[in-house]
Design a protein around this ligand. Structure first.
Ligand SMILES: *Cc1c(COP(=O)(O)O)cnc(C)c1O
Length: 417
């Protein structure tokens, strides 16, 4: 097909050319005296992205799912009770993994489109007077529904009830995009992967463990081998790995960390919010469609799930977008299969990028019989972006404001014809 594929699934995300180039390296000896430099630089960089000083980052050749397992098996024992809420495919899958590993999960079933139920968590923790709950699980950003949850609120519930449970957070589709504070929120295990906000190909599982989580290791009895944190920690201390690390991805990760730091983590977060607001304007004001996220406090700045009108098959819209317009949108998973489509707006992204996604989605919807006003998405998103100040990461020349463009005299062409 002519032109490029427009990738808007909420992971894997677009890999910037700079990162692609950084990964074009020859293989090297991962036991060489030089190798630890790379490891140490990555670990220091990850601490910054997690916003932690005391936390220990881990990098596994894996994906996010592997680190879900690492978090559980290195801290808990068979039959241990954990508290979790199910409000989307990813929060559900972590619960499913807990059960397969032999944990006793107390599940709070929530509407898809809502986030972690703070009051229920607090009530359950308050009633757990013997402290049988060993860990509380939170999916920070439910990628299946475009819902962001209040992790700080869960920490408050733990404090309020003086409950000693560990706090485990899935930040696979939030780290490096949404505000995430490992130390400030008292997170004990944070689970991430490479192919979402970190703008890398899939292949790395990234974990961060608090001292309290690591202290639970010696007494935890779940089986672990490949994901054993002690093996990893011992090798990592010298800058090495217990088995062959994913070298090219690690060079990519170092570049990704550099890019995030050059833009500034706060600016990256602000950019994600600004872009997401434009997409939400396109959906709700332009198309007059509903978001899956039921309330503003749950709006995700990394993925927008768009509810389709009754009688329209989401799968048809997604297939049309892909087959006719070379645009990849995310589908509805499980309970919301066929009812929605998702636009991922995380990682390497700007306004014009997103204009392609919303216009492509609009054309695909029109082709499938959805009664939306042609051009309405671009009008609404464009209005939002033109009338709000752009975060620095989006401006090639930050000093050029719209008004100065309007006032400036037309430039003399460099070449007179
Ligand atoms: C993508 C995703 C996962 C799964 O990660 P993999 O890297 O595919 O194993 C888990 N949780 C959330 C919230 C995700 O978005």
């Amino acid at each position: 097909m002519a032109g490029r594929n427009f990738l808007f699934v909420p992971g894997p995300t677009n890999v910037p050319e700079r990162i692609q180039r950084a990964m074009m390296v020859s293989m090297e000896d991962h036991r060489s005296p030089r190798f630890p430099q790379l490891t140490h630089a990555i670990m220091a960089g990850l601490r910054g992205i997690f916003r932690t000083q005391g936390g220990t980052p881990f990098v596994f050749p894996s994906s996010g799912t592997g680190c879900w397992e690492a978090a559980l098996t290195n801290t808990l024992s068979p039959g241990d009770k954990v508290l979790a809420a199910s409000f989307g495919q990813f929060s559900y899958l972590w619960i499913d993994m807990c059960r397969r590993l032999g944990l006793d999960v107390q599940v709070v079933e929530c509407d898809w489109g809502t986030g972690v139920p703070l009051q229920q968590y607090e009530d359950i923790l308050k009633n757990d007077i013997h402290h049988e709950i060993k860990a509380v699980l939170v999916c920070h950003n439910e990628t299946a529904t475009g819902v962001t949850s209040d992790v700080a609120g869960v920490r408050e519930a733990l404090e309020e009830t003086q409950h000693p449970a560990l706090l485990f957070v899935d930040c696979v589709s939030s780290l490096g995009c949404l505000d995430f504070r490992f130390d400030e929120w008292g997170v004990d295990m944070a689970v991430c992967g490479s192919q979402k906000g970190l703008m890398l190909p899939a292949g790395l599982g990234i974990l961060c463990a608090s001292p309290k989580a690591l202290a639970a290791y010696p007494s935890s009895k779940l089986k672990r081998a490949y994901f054993d944190l002690q093996d990893m920690q011992q090798s990592n201390a010298g800058g090495y790995f217990p088995y062959t690390p994913a070298l090219t991805l690690m060079y990519g990760l170092l570049e990704s960390i550099k890019m995030i730091n050059e833009e500034g983590l706060d600016n990256v977060i602000a950019r994600h919010h600004y872009l997401a607001e434009g997409v939400r304007a396109a959906v709700t004001q332009g198309w007059q469609l509903k978001l899956c996220a039921q309330e503003k406090r749950w709006h995700s700045d990394t993925v927008t799930a768009v509810m389709l009108p009754e009688g329209i098959a989401g799968t048809a819209v997604i297939a049309r977008a892909y087959q006719r317009y070379n645009l990849s949108l995310g589908g509805g998973l499980s309970k919301v299969a066929g009812k929605l489509f998702r636009i991922g707006h995380l990682g390497d992204m700007n306004e014009i990028h997103l204009m392609a996604a919303i216009n492509g989605a609009e054309m695909a919807m029109l082709d499938c019989g959805v009664q939306v006003q042609p051009g309405s998405a671009a009008a609404a998103a464009g209005h939002y972006w033109r009338t709000h100040e752009a975060p620095t990461g989006l401006c090639a020349m930050p000093s050029t404001s719209a008004s100065s463009v309007l006032q400036s005299k037309p430039e003399t062409p460099a070449v007179q014809v």
